[in-house]
Structure formats: structure tokens, C-alpha cells
Design a protein around this ligand. Sequence first.
Ligand code: CA
Length: 221
Amino acid sequence: MRVLIVEDEAALAFRLQQVLEGAGFSVDVAYDGEEGWHLGDTEPYDAVVLDLGLPRIDGISVLNRWREAGRTMPVLILTARSRWSEKMAGFNAGADDYLVKPFEMEEVVYRLRAIIRRASGHAQPELTCGALRLDTNAGRVSVAGVPVQLTAQEFRILSYLIHHADRVVSRTELAEHVYDRHFDLDSNSLEVLVGRIRKKIGAEYIQTVRGQGYKLTEPEA
Ligand code: CA
């Protein structure tokens, strides 16, 4: 899963980036409202962490612009203000959740996972497809109860596919959601990674749809 952090406090942005990358997210960072708005408007993020007090364009205006333009990615707002009117303004602008500073770093991780899951229609932290299980909180994968060890990249790919199970995900879409914007898209390396995942979970879960992409689906019994 790929997330955008829009936060002008460099130390906090750096810490958030480290924690989210450590939790398996691919992360881009913007340090002002204008850059944040532009990235969120042009790149396909699975979620955004948006500070409200930002230089150039404030967080509420950034969120309003995205929503008016039809950008629907889930947004978690960070606010130093605990006044209800400020939070309400955030929700009215289309926020999905909020945290008041200072907050526990781990809480950001858990809240992000929850809003990403809900955005793709999943209420529970454990996603399943047949005998395949992926626990988004624990970062664990198993098949028929047997644990499967995946690398961070493999986990990101499988996680995106299982969030969007039973539909074809193109290679471009998959690459855009598992790599940050500084990564050179290379469909061969994606191919290799999917091959490795198939070896670990069983070849039948991820179908290659010729000319279109990949589809994670329950194998026929
Ligand atoms: Ca700020």
C-alpha cells in the first residue's frame, strides 16, 4: 500500500515516514500544502496523512480541492488543535479520521490500515481468499493455517491484491500502489516478485490475465 504524508514539521514527517515504511507502506512525503495537493491530485495513493496547519495551502483547502476534483482516497488528518469546530471542518471537507497531536506513532499505523481496509470494503483486519489469510495488523500471511514468510515487497503486492480480490489489477496499477514515486517502474521485476509469491502461497491464487494484469481469486475446489 502506498501512502502520502503531508506535514511541514520535518522531524515529524521523517519519523512518520520511518514508522510507516517499517510497517510495510510505501511512502511519499510533501512538506507544504501545494506540493501535497499536487501529489494527491496526480498520484494514486491508498491513503493520505494530512496535517491541517500547512504553508502555502492549508490542509482543509487541500482536502476540499481533492474532494471537489473527485479524489476519493481515505484521508487521516493531523491537527494540533483539539477544538471540535476544527475537527468538524475536517470531516466536512471529507476527512475519514483524525488524530490530535501529540499522538502515538503506532496509532497512525493502525488507523491508516483501518481506513484503507474500509475504503476497499473490508471491515475486519484479517482478509481471506479461500485458505489464504492476510492479517493486516500483524503483517502475517498463512495458507490453510501454515505461516508463509514474505519479504516486505512481496507482502505489499499480496496485500494490494487481496484488498482488491476478484478483480483484475493491471501491472501499472499494482506498481503504482507498491512503489513510491522515486522508484523506476519495471514490470519485469514485478513479474519476478509475483512468481516468488506464487511459489510461497501456491500458484493457483494469483491468475495472470493476458494483456490485462493479475487477479487474486479463490482457487476452484
Ligand atoms: Ca503544521
